[in-house]
Design a protein around this ligand. Structure first.
Ligand SMILES: *Cc1c(COP(=O)(O)O)cnc(C)c1O
Length: 411
């Protein structure tokens, strides 16, 4: 790294103006920490829960206690928290296949879903997709970054929909991420016309960014990745599905075996990491939010368009910098890689990635492969050349990464 004095000055000056916003983040961290601690107490977490099972994984008391903790923290009746789920994309797949049957229709009301779900749903052909299985897909796009409530109501009145999928975080799109307030409004509207449709939320990147969860504003089931927020940078892999007990049961029988469901699943030594991960998560998410806010302020001061702006209400930990130029995007992502803990000596270059349609450049010099709760930055090489930056296990490491990136930009 070559951090320039001028970059240090720019970043420190920007930081001075963020004091009151950072205080709000500290308050959020306190509220979420209390939630986690209460959940640990109610589940009577003890050292015995760090033990592990092998083989079938029958009677894994640590796994059961972890699921109790996640359920309470997320406001769920039940939760499935498993290392057998590789990451968020796998958990979303398990959930969709668990809840949908041939002849059913699923409806996305937040526009085109995340890239890795295209082959799952059958938006891109795949012989193993839901579509190949006989599940129909419909989509309603957002209008001005919010749900198209009239179109959603009309669709529900017109046709029997089995499941509505809502993706809160923007993925690799140019829209804004969806706050709990917007979610609450659309769920109220949905329930005015349809009491039965299952409302499923892709909550990746959104945990602990607000104090309420999607389940607390009426969603039925939510899904997220443990190499993002709730893994706290400590979980080595995994994902969660949380919500209504009957729906979690269906998902568990898809993940494992009909008739065995949640009763099997060896934890192979991850229990302590999962517990430490969710314990640290409120602080790690707060550090990520501060890193994102600082990035927004500094890059805006330098004349770049960013989304969200530093003082905007946030739904997730992702910060977009819109470069409108492939070289600047590649250079910025490279400078984040340079400031990583691991593989900082490696050069980030655009490559093909399984599940993604465009070339993607990724900086993820992380302890856990692909972890994006650690400082990371990525983007598809397509117009308008946006860097999607997220994470930061501590704010100081995030700040150093920004100072390094700014040193390159002001060159
Ligand atoms: C990251 C992400 C996923 C996929 O999660 P992985 O853990 O990377 O598989 C799905 N949806 C959204 C909105 C995401 O941000």
């Amino acid at each position: 790294m070559e951090i320039k004095d001028k970059a240090v000055e720019l970043v420190n000056n920007a930081e001075l103006e963020l004091d009151s916003i950072f205080k709000e983040i500290d308050r959020l961290e306190e509220i979420n920490s209390l939630k986690v601690l209460n959940a640990f107490h109610n589940a009577e977490i003890s050292e015995a829960h760090f033990n592990s099972t092998t083989g079938y994984g029958f009677g894994d008391i640590g796994r059961d206690a972890i699921e109790k903790v996640f359920a309470e923290v997320l406001g769920a009746e039940d939760a499935l928290v498993r290392n057998q789920m590789i990451s968020g994309s796998h958990a979303l797949t398990v959930c969709l296949f668990g809840l949908l049957r041939p002849g059913d229709t699923m409806l996305s009301i937040s526009g085109l879903p995340y890239d890795t779900l295209h082959e799952v749903i059958g938006i891109t052909d795949n012989p193993s997709s839901l579509k190949a299985w006989g599940v129909d897909y419909k989509q309603i796009d957002l209008v001005d970054n919010d749900f198209d409530i009239d179109a959603i109501k009309a669709c529900l009145e017109n046709k029997k929909i089995k499941l509505i999928e809502i993706q809160r975080s923007k993925g690799y799109s140019t829209r804004k991420s969806l706050t709990i307030d917007k979610l609450e409004r659309v769920i109220k509207a949905i329930r005015e016309v349809d009491k039965e449709v299952i409302i499923m939320v892709d909550n990746c990147y959104c945990e602990f960014v607000e104090t309420k969860t999607p389940l607390e504003v009426g969603a039925d089931i939510m899904v997220g990745s443990l190499i993002k927020n709730l893994g706290g940078g400590i979980a080595p892999n995994g994902a969660y599905i949380a919500g209504r007990k009957d729906l979690v049961e269906l998902a568990s029988e898809r993940l494992t075996v009909p008739g065995e469901g949640k009763e099997v699943g060896p934890t192979l030594g991850v229990n302590k990491s999962f517990l430490q991960g969710i314990y640290m998560a409120p602080q790690v998410v707060a550090a990520s939010l501060k890193t994102a806010i600082l990035t927004a302020k500094v890059l805006e001061d330098l004349g770049f368009d960013v989304e969200p702006r530093y003082n905007e209400k946030r739904a997730d930990i992702v910060e977009n910098v819109i470069f409108r130029d492939p070289e600047k995007l590649i250079s910025y992502v490279g400078s984040i890689q340079e400031a990583s803990a691991i593989d900082a000596h490696a050069k980030a270059v655009p490559t093909e990635m399984p599940g993604y349609e465009d070339l993607v450049i990724m900086a993820s010099g992380s302890f856990t492969q692909g972890s994006s709760i650690e400082i990371s930055c990525d983007g598809p090489i397509r117009e308008p050349f946006i860097a999607y930056q997220q994470g930061g296990l501590t704010y100081k490491y995030g700040k150093i990464a920004i100072m390094n990136a700014v040193s390159k930009l002001i060159d």
